[in-house]
Design a binder for this molecule. Structure first.
Ligand code: HEC
Ligand code: HEC
Length: 371
């Protein structure tokens, strides 16, 4: 809590280290923290030679394995995330003092130069505590976004730049009791593009107003994330921002109907490729939340290519018949040539499959000559 408060105050240009009064330990903590905020600007100046170690960025403080964000680095989560083999993800953002993002009416942000977006992937280890696997950074340099994947060492004392990717064995038990043992794949720096690039430019995917507009448990209590971003000076309040839509939480029926949550799920898990300007645009399947014509989601749509990926099925979605729908068939598959998403997962996502199944099940209508 002191960390958040002190970071808020320093961003507001008010009394630095107001937590000092609380006691000597807080004072020491704050002094070292305040003196050593993130070291991003120095690194940015020579980004062609990025740091070997994640710790060099000073996005974290104290022992690296505690994964404690440094002052000024704000954690966030998104309403409907990307599924990544059941990894737990921790997300955070940092911007240079005095710089902020702006929003358009759809809630898409333009981030200032110097912004760092951080995403760490972790699994519970055999003793029940968390094992940090990788931390990915997206950094907004003078010429655009750049991607840096870091892989954590076994001792969890630091993570090392791994531009060529990595693999690691994961054993994990689902709350349902199902045991998972698989080889987790850390993508290489080139693969980031397959999801993050549009028209040859890398861009962030998660932090947009529709995905952030809900409450988050900060160290100092619950608060709406959009309000907090504005408060700490990360986001400019504007009429456009206030107009932007809210995305449902795919798992929370209070936030939307089955159809709305299914479409939020497809947006988060598929639309970075399946949208009009995305890398899978030639499949003519558009799964972004803004697309509202069922034919674009695949309803009664013949696949672009028949064959293995279509599994002898005729249509992307057959209303009322999830098991005749290619969309679900590909989500169920573990085979690299069939599975969707084609990248970023090894195992199927049971809960996501259930939601898409329920959505297709409740759709009305028939397709011509459904076999
Ligand atoms: C399979 C597609 C996919 C690949 C491959 C991928 N990402 Fe992402 N990434 C996403 C999606 C979707 C989000 C937003 C949703 C979320 O965070 O759950 C995201 C979020 C992030 C974030 C948080 C900020 C943001 O954009 O939302 C960072 C940082 C990030 N990715 C870095 C990387 C880096 C670095 C690589 C390459 C090593 C990479 N990603 C590879 C799909 C991908
Ligand atoms: C990393 C990029 C990527 C992501 C993410 C992705 N896809 Fe795909 N998808 C493709 C590509 C490329 C094709 C075309 C080649 C093929 O059919 O394998 C495709 C094809 C398809 C097809 C066949 C389309 C047709 O009509 O011919 C379906 C169905 C599909 N994807 C569903 C999904 C679903 C559902 C998700 C999310 C759960 C998803 N995809 C996520 C890249 C992606």
């Amino acid at each position: 809590m002191k960390r958040i408060i002190s970071s808020l105050y320093s961003r507001f240009g008010m009394l630095l280290c107001s937590g000092m009064l609380v006691g000597l330990s807080a004072l020491l903590l704050c002094v070292s923290g305040c003196a050593e905020g993130p070291d991003v600007m120095r690194i940015l100046a020579r980004l062609d030679d990025p740091p070997e170690k994640l710790s060099t960025w000073r996005l974290f403080r104290g022992e690296m394995k505690s994964h404690t964000l440094n002052q000024g680095v704000l954690p966030y989560d998104i309403a409907t995330p990307l599924f990544s083999d059941y990894a737990t993800k921790y997300r955070a953002v940092w911007m240079p003092p005095g710089k902020k993002a702006t929003s358009d009416e759809k809630g898409v942000f333009s981030f200032p130069e110097g912004t760092v977006l951080i995403k760490t992937f972790a699994y519970p280890d055999t003793s029940g505590s968390k094992r940090l696997v990788e931390t990915r950074l997206l950094v907004h340099s003078a010429t655009g976004w750049e991607a840096f994947p870091y892989v954590w060492n076994k001792e969890q004392t630091d993570a090392t730049l791994a531009l060529v990717g990595d693999t690691t064995d994961v054993k994990w038990s689902h709350p349902s009791g199902k045991e998972y043992a698989f080889t987790y794949v850390v993508p290489n720096a080139n693969e980031c593009k397959n999801c993050h690039e549009i028209q040859k430019k890398l861009r962030p995917l998660g932090p947009k107003a529709p995905q952030l507009n809900h409450s988050f448990t900060y160290d100092d209590g619950e608060a709406n994330q959009i309000k907090r971003w504005i408060e700490v000076g990360f986001l400019e309040d504007s009429a456009a921002l206030q107009k932007s839509p809210v995305m449902p939480n795919w798992l929370d029926p209070k936030t939307g109907s089955v159809a709305e949550r299914a479409r939020a799920y497809l947006d988060a898990n598929c639309s970075h490729c399946h949208q009009r300007t995305g890398p899978a645009s030639n499949s003519a399947l558009y799964l972004d939340y803004a697309t509202t014509d069922p034919a674009d989601w695949g309803v009664c749509k013949h696949p672009v290519a028949a064959g293995k990926g279509a599994g002898d099925l005729r249509y992307g979605i057959v209303p009322g018949q999830p098991d005749k729908s290619i969309l679900l068939f590909r989500m169920l598959s573990d085979e690299p040539e069939i599975r969707m998403p084609e990248l970023g997962r090894v195992v199927a996502h049971q809960e996501g499959i259930e939601l898409i199944r329920a959505w297709i099940q409740e759709m009305k209508g028939t397709c011509p000559e459904t076999p």
